[in-house]
Design a protein around this ligand. Structure first.
Ligand code: HEM
Length: 402
């Protein structure tokens, strides 16, 4: 299918929610998003597809060359909270990097972060579904991400990888996410180091075909693509699902993700200052690139089968159905997700469930649906909290051996 057709189908299938109504222009080839629309308000305007994370990449390359990665992983395992001192014994250049980059940006707005926690408390269930089955499954049709995940070490143990990624999804919803007692600054910095390790390791993988399009994985643009698949997508879906979102909630949710992008090493000139600007950027970088790949199809299959470990496949139709409902038929078909009668049930019941939760209707839900949703949330907890084990984000030391 051609670009415009594919894009039309994806947006028409409400993959990107509210954006769909406006997104009828052909995707731009060149980077034209203006830094005037960013948090920084100005910038070089350089194409972020050709920018990575020079400082962190050079540092991590040195750690590999000096044979210090395992030591660093061991030492950093006990560094978990934003206000904790760095562990003793870290290589001096790493310690200096972490001290410098753990500082909060001048534009942080604590009042917005407090509001964001309140928003999470009220909307956490929806966000869990959207992050897990919306954004998580969407990553399988983001070709560069699917390939990077599939061929990196985490591709060989997707359960572990999900738990680690979910740690970020969990930490971001903490009352003090970026404050003292929270963990987001540390989680983001460890992720930033992990991304640099992937940039070091993946080009050495025999599977990794370097080409004109992508010599090095996880560019600044790639990170913003994933950012939109999480933040912009979820926000647009909440709007499309008609969930009440006062301006203060909307601004707070954006701010939480702006700070997250900053700590992941995205330059402020690429971080959108408003949802309008985010939608403009998302239409440019995310919508046109969505497509299936062999790696993404395999990842989707692995992901949707993980739950079977707990329930012998009982809830698989629910996971499939939610993915289809959240991302639309086009993406579900690309990922070869099987249809089942559950699809119709979810399609018919979820809006009613939302109206019920929002206090707009008093009708009792059918018992079946209660079961489906309860089971679904139970699974989420098992998955995302990794059966209560402590989750530690570590720098990979190799690629997927398979
Ligand atoms: C690792 C989050 C963007 C590829 C991680 C981890 C987190 C994370 C929390 C640590 C978990 C782990 O080690 O498995 C994010 C967020 C992003 C983002 C929040 C953007 C907002 C990207 C992009 C790519 C990517 C754009 C690829 C194009 C990877 C890979 C790993 C990783 C390959 C390591 C997997 C492994 O070998 O364990 N990311 N990521 N990430 N990320 Fe990202």
């Amino acid at each position: 299918m051609g670009q415009v057709g594919r894009r039309g189908v994806v947006l028409g299938g409400t993959a990107l929610g509210a954006v769909g109504a406006l997104g009828l222009v052909a995707p731009a080839e060149a980077w034209t998003w203006q830094p005037a629309g960013s948090i920084a308000g100005a910038g070089t305007g350089m194409d972020p597809r050709y920018l990575w994370d020079d400082e962190c990449d050079a540092l991590v390359a040195r750690l590999f060359e000096r044979g210090e990665v395992e030591l660093v992983n061991e030492l950093l395992a006990d560094w978990t909270h934003n206000d904790e001192a760095l562990p003793a014994g870290l290589p001096a250049d790493l310690a200096a990097f972490l001290e410098r980059n753990r500082q909060l940006p001048s534009w942080i707005d604590q009042a917005k972060l407090t509001q964001a926690f309140d928003f999470y408390e009220r909307r956490g269930t929806y966000l869990g579904v959207l992050y897990g089955l919306g954004s998580g499954m969407m990553s399988c049709v983001i070709p560069r991400e699917a390939r990077a995940v599939y061929y990196s070490a985490g591709g060989a143990d997707m359960k572990d990888r999900i738990a680690k990624t979910a740690k970020l999804g969990y930490d971001i919803g903490n009352r003090r996410a970026f404050g003292p007692g929270g963990q987001m600054v540390v989680t983001c910095l460890k992720t930033r180091l992990t991304h640099s390790a992937v940039r070091y390791l993946l080009p050495r993988s025999s599977h990794w075909k370097s080409g004109a399009e992508e010599s090095l994985p996880i560019s600044q643009a790639d990170i913003m693509v994933t950012w939109h698949s999480l933040a912009t997508f979820s926000r647009n879906k909440l709007v499309a699902w008609k969930i009440r979102m006062p301006a203060a909630d909307s601004a707070a949710f954006l701010h939480l993700w702006q700070i997250t992008a900053h700590f992941l090493g995205v330059k402020d000139e690429y971080i959108p200052a408003s949802w309008d600007e985010a939608n403009v950027q998302s239409r440019q970088v995310l919508d046109p690139i969505l497509r299936p790949t062999p790696e993404g199809i395999k990842l989707a299959d692995i992901l949707l089968n993980l739950a079977a470990e707990y329930d012998k496949g009982l809830t698989k139709p629910v996971l499939n159905g939610f993915t289809r409902y959240t991302l639309g038929d086009q993406i579900a078909d690309w990922l070869q997700i099987k249809r089942s009668p559950m699809d119709r049930m979810i399609k018919n019941s979820w809006p009613a469930f939302i109206r019920f939760k929002e206090g707009l209707v008093n009708l009792p839900l059918v018992p079946n649906l209660y079961w489906v949703l309860d089971e679904f949330l139970r699974l989420g907890v098992l998955f995302f909290l990794n059966e209560g084990r402590r989750i530690d984000i570590t720098l990979p030391t190799g690629n997927n051996p398979n």
